[in-house]
Write a protein that binds this ligand. Structure first.
Ligand code: AGP
Length: 610
């Protein structure tokens, strides 16, 4: 989704802005732009459709001398992908604005501004913000006061950064629904929608709270809460582990992140396990008091994180002895749901900023849940700050839009949640030890799964000319089949569907022919024989299968079936281990198809608007 970077300094800042935008590229965007206030007090604006590199090339041709500026990567919502719709937007050659989010009442504001004589140069909702500030500027001498007055008229979500030609060296930001951080430098300060953008220039950050505004100069940062009161916000030192670094030896971030899974899981386990159970406070100080009372778990998430929740339901119900519902956040937030007695609301999110999941968390506070827990990868995110309990997945920064290590580390966290709740609900010591032992061998098992890379790469050409595919699994592997299908469609653009294998005969069997590869996940678990019957159903109808199977499952390759033997592992961690070959499959198919693996078309890493 859209990205924001801003800077006020003594040095030229256009390179800092562009480097910041480059570091936000992973979030997904379709155009980029920047505005810098030059030494003559004029705003210089450069915008380009396409990659940040195009913007950089354009700036390279006309170097910018200003020391205060704002920049943006846009992911189109209102108005097509054009240079005119790219941010920053300018009013009266003096007010420049970049904005993440959606202004829901933009139509009404636009009409009012048109009546006041303002002309619009774009189809965006954002342009109303800069004209309205310009309008308020006529009434308010103070730039900050003009932005404050404007914000009162806006409905919807915004993270907004504003620059005024009459206030060189000053930036004003406002946060409502879209995350913003202030990066603190020495004699210079910065703003971004994600701290990763600013790592080359600072490691000290203030995370703005909902409703905050800030008045920023080179030497001072003043923060005000939603009521306009001055407030002190904590300064966070950046957690070095969260730095993505570069791609290293890998061709894409996604591949790097797939290969980082054993070390990410090792890090996730550090100091969290004892020999027979969980260390104290894995879910936060005093968390056991709350977890002790849990009789039901309501999981809410989107996309890959939702799939993690679906796996957890099997664990929580079978091992921890609590009932569990899992729901997509965009559905949950807009329906009237029944809140079970002593129910814990669990959100799962890599970013901790996904708009629907965050809205569901906020909604849950009025619904009578026992409390909220987030399983999240970003320590400073809104979900971590607004939940009663937080479990940090410690996956490190995930740059590829297709989520990989975030998912497997979420599953680790959810197994720990199963332990944490199960210990109070009759889970035996043997069962708890078994979970602990499985988790401890998991990093090695993931390393073994990665050894399949070459074999899977060799299979990939067989998928490249296909338009459709079907993923099958049973039990905890059903959500893994869903995740495999999501990965394939996301980065290779091949239509992929996942079915619980037992559902085949209730409809999808009609689709089977040699043109639709069927991918089967087949660990050696108690459902293996049932799954084998489903495999025969596909074979009898001329289907071509790719079976990721435990070597003890005794599948044999033949004309209709390619068997890829996955390392033998305990049933409990099999969903985590079997995820890896499916990630690799989608990666290598995407490579053959030549897609933009790390930034697939139309997608954004962090979906901060509805
Ligand atoms: C996964 O590959 C996707 N990019 C997407 O489904 C993602 O998992 C979803 O948008 C939720 O994001 P979150 O985990 O940051 O909340």
């Amino acid at each position: 989704m859209c990205g924001i970077v801003g800077a006020t300094s003594e040095r030229r800042i256009s390179e800092i802005l562009i480097e910041g935008l480059k570091r936000l590229e992973y979030r997904g965007y379709d155009s980029a732009g920047l505005a810098v206030l030059n030494d003559n007090g004029d705003i210089e604006l450069v915008r380009r459709v396409g990659k940040v590199q195009a913007l950089k090339d354009a700036v390279g041709e006309q170097p910018l001398s200003g020391t205060t500026g704002i920049a943006h990567t846009r992911w189109a919502t209102h108005g097509g992908v054009t240079e005119a719709n790219a941010h920053p937007h300018i009013s009266g050659n003096c007010i420049a604005v970049v904005h993440n989010g959606i202004i829901e009442n933009h139509d009404k504001l636009r009409q009012q501004l048109q009546q006041l004589g303002y002309t619009f140069n774009s189809d965006t909702d954002t342009e109303v913000i800069c004209h309205w500030i310009h309008h308020e500027r006529k009434k308010h001498d103070d730039f900050f006061a003009a932005v404050q007055a404007t914000i009162k008229h806006l409905e919807g979500a915004y993270g907004t950064l504003v620059m005024d030609c009459r206030n060189p060296g000053r930036l004003v930001v406002a946060r409502s629904g879209s995350p913003l951080v202030i990066g603190l430098g020495i004699g210079e300060n910065f703003v971004a929608s994600d701290q990763l953008a600013l790592l080359p220039v600072t490691r000290r950050f203030i995370v703005l709270e909902e409703g905050d505004m800030a008045d920023i100069t080179r030497t001072e940062v003043k923060v005000y809460d939603r009521d306009g009161n001055p407030v002190e916000r904590e300064v966070h030192e950046f957690d070095g582990h969260y730095d993505a670094g570069g791609k290293g030896e890998y061709r894409h971030y996604m591949l790097k992140e797939i290969h980082e899974q054993p070390s990410a899981v090792r890090h996730a386990l550090e100091e969290r396990l004892t020999d027979h159970g969980l260390a104290d406070d894995v879910f936060g100080k005093g968390s056991l008091e709350l977890l002790k009372r849990v009789k039901h778990v309501q999981i809410v998430a989107c996309g890959t994180s939702y799939h993690a929740g679906l796996v957890a339901r099997y664990w929580l119900e079978a091992l921890a002895g609590v009932s569990c519902n899992v729901e997509i956040a965009s559905e949950f937030r807009y329906r009237t749901s029944h809140v079970h007695h002593d129910s814990l609301l669990v959100t799962i999110s890599q970013s901790g900023e996904t708009a629907d999941t965050l809205a569901a968390l906020r909604l849950s506070k009025q619904l009578g849940y026992l409390g909220s827990l987030t399983i999240c990868n970003v320590p400073t995110s809104s979900m971590v700050r607004e939940s009663d309990l937080a479990y940090l997945t410690r996956a490190g920064a995930e740059i590829g839009v297709a989520s990989t290590k975030a998912f497997t580390t979420q599953l680790v966290g959810l197994l720990m949640l199963t332990l944490a709740i199960g210990q109070f609900r009759g889970m035996s010591h043997e069962q708890q030890s078994a979970v602990v032992q499985s988790l401890k061998v998991l990093p090695n098992k993931l390393e073994e799964a990665l050894l399949l890379s070459e074999a899977i790469e060799a299979l990939a050409p067989e998928f490249a000319d296909k338009y459709h595919s079907l993923f099958l699994g049973r039990g905890t592997q059903y959500p893994i089949a869903m995740e495999g299908a999501l990965k394939l469609k996301e980065i290779s653009y091949i239509h992929a569907e996942a079915y619980a294998a037992g559902e085949l005969k209730h409809g999808p069997l009609a689709l089977i022919d040699a043109e639709m590869p069927v991918i089967v996940v087949a660990p050696n678990d108690e459902l293996l024989e049932k799954l084998k019957s489903n495999v025969e159903e596909v074979r009898a109808r001329g289907g071509i299968m790719y079976v990721f199977a435990d070597k003890h499952a005794h599948f044999k390759s033949d004309d209709s079936m390619r068997v890829i033997n996955v390392t033998h592992c305990d049933e409990l961690i099999a969903p985590i281990v079997y995820t890896v070959p499916l990630q690799l499959l989608s990666y290598f198919v995407a490579i053959i198809k030549g897609t933009d693996v790390d930034q697939p078309r139309n997608l954004a890493k962090s979906v901060t608007v509805e």
